[in-house]
Design a protein around this ligand. Sequence first.
Ligand code: ADP
Ligand code: ZN
Ligand code: ZN
Length: 752
Amino acid sequence: MIFADVIVDISVKSLDRPFQYIVPEEMEFDIDIGSVVRIPFGMGNRTMTGYVVGLSGEAKFDVSKTKSILEIMKQGVVVESHLLSLAYWIKENYGSTMNDAIKSVMPVKKEVKEQVKRIIYPAVDMENMKIKRRAKRDEFEKKHNSARVRLLDEFLKMDKETYNAGLDYSYITKKLNLTAGVIDGLRKLKIITVDAMQQYRNPVNAVSDTPETRPVLNSGQKHIVDAILNDYITDVRGTYLIHGITGSGKTEVYMNIVEKVVCLGKQVIVLIPEISLTFQMVNRFYKRFGNRISVMHSKLSAGERFDQYTRAKKGEIDVMIGPRSALFTPFENLGLIVIDEEHDTSYQSEMPPKYHAREVAIQRAKMVGASVVLGSATPSVDSYYKALKGEYRLFELNERAGNAIYPKIYIEDLREELKARNYSIFSRKLDELMRDRLGKKEQIMLFLNRRGFAGFVSCRQCGEVVGCPHCSVALKPHMAGDRVSYLMCHYCGYKMPMPDKCPECGSPYISSFGIGTEQVEQMVKKRFSAAKVLRMDADTTTGKNAHQDILKKYSGGDADILIGTQMIVKGHDFANVTLVGILAADLSLNVGDYLAAEKTFQLTTQACGRAGRADKPGEVVIQTYQPEHYSIVCAARNDYKSFYEQEILIREMLQYPPISNILGVLVLSENESSVDNLAKILADKMKLYHDVTVLGPTPAAIAKAKDVYRRMVYGKCTDYKILCSVKNSFEEFMQETESFKDCRLNFEFNCI
Ligand code: ADP
Ligand code: ZN
Ligand code: ZN
């Protein structure tokens, strides 16, 4: 007898463990780890869906009381067994239910009916058609079978080429107004044949109007390609980090490696940050790999997603390109995972399990014997640290591959503007250069850093940001009505009233910061009334192709100025952009998390990289209240290493990742006293681990959402495994205790 361990598809933590079922004899051949099954569950034997996570020959309980599987869902989507192991790893390392973890490794959860294309062919060749069928046609006409006549006429007027290609069924039935019965009648008379073929919904609407020109790799690129491939063909697998400035030819390097790995019969996943990047990137890959590439992302229809999933499984695709979720493409022969812009925040899942795609990619690669190539102009401090330690192999590309030169950069001190009575959002320098570009008909990008929007309090006179005396992060304003009543640190809970004067210089110009892209657009239109302006942010890009449409318009020269958030600074190549304005570079310095300086450096560097990509030299104006901050100074100098050296010192001093690890435990409940009690108990439990430094409990950044109270407890520890065992013990505690049934826990590792 065979037994299956089944995880029930239900989000109740106490039921998140395998239940054993009998596999009926007639299913023994078909069942597999990863199968989706229907099972009777609970007292009422309600029919539920479940995932088979294990098979064995031994009963765990009394067989007479063990229930049997009802059905294997043939139509369903089977999870590859190594993806199931990956789900288990995710559950263990990030904390979530097995059910949630299984769901995150399933990019497609439901089958969507296949699309079939039917073609009508004439049953005889063209010469015969002309002679014999004409007689038939006339016979039908006499019998007033006008529908049949219409179809035969259609064939009779075709030329040789189209004749052999046949007619599209659905098109022709509509155009000639034919019923299925008419077509079927002709088929029975053997006058026509009808062929059905499965047609995949293909989301790659790439254009290859211009043929690909393949550059000869420069020596820096060649060195990297050779080194990685040399490892590969000698069966050495590893993780590689390519630190290469924007435009240094990283993508070209990826494509060369991918090409070779594909030649060896392997499949490749290329992760890119988000939808805004896909068009240019997909187009480049499409030109080289043609139909053997595909994309998988959230804006595809369910049918499109299902078809890409199926094609991947059948091995009809060599390269899958997409954002975070594409990491779980069900390739059976995965040989390589490339992560472009590996520092990007979109690789971090926001929903539990809060996994990081980079870490999961490395784990998946380990399981199946694949390599991982990470690339970035501004590597995450985490990856760079690991590369310096030798965990990853580090490569550098320090020169731009084309002939573009690095732009000239101006740092404009917004405090000086205030002193000069310039109260606008444009510094005098930016204003001057914008007028110059508009005169020359060159394009301008204005970038508004939306990270940290209104999330801190600062002085417009001296630039001071009110920070926590214990944690070196900005204090968050808490509103009472429309004004700030007090400030609080979300790491340690430190609180102070909203000051009415700057604690540093005594000026009264102290306030929480906030301005949106829409306001910027209005101000630009008012000041530069002749300029044509486009705006790209979350509001203007909700439609399926909105991103591409805006970018196409802009690159086609339909606008002089593109205003936008983060999404405009990522990887777009516009030859005619010669001026980039960063309106408030330091906004992201004050978001109140340990990654603030890193994010600011990355965004500023990337924004700088957008100017002067082709033969026209570019200029960049960085406006800031903190012109001396190392993240801004180093970004302006394009000096990653100096930035890293200063940043890692701070991380060491404060024991932040990657030096140490942080486990954040989010306690949720609709009952305020439960949430407070539980958070306190968990903090005390955490203190029993001697190697763990405990912070909190404190209210979460959003202390209450939809009437659910939220508290945080943080633990810092150099050993990740200890934090995992803290998490496991909390999970056990929640299963065993009777007192906190109204509370839930979420875990986050290194992602606050
Ligand atoms: P990155 O990914 O580092 O930003 P890309 O691979 O996109 O860099 O290269 C930037 C530009 O330089 C692209 O237009 C690319 O076609 C071109 N390029 C890349 N490698 C070379 C090379 N070896 N010779 C000439 N041009 C190159
Ligand atoms: Zn001040
Ligand atoms: Zn603090």
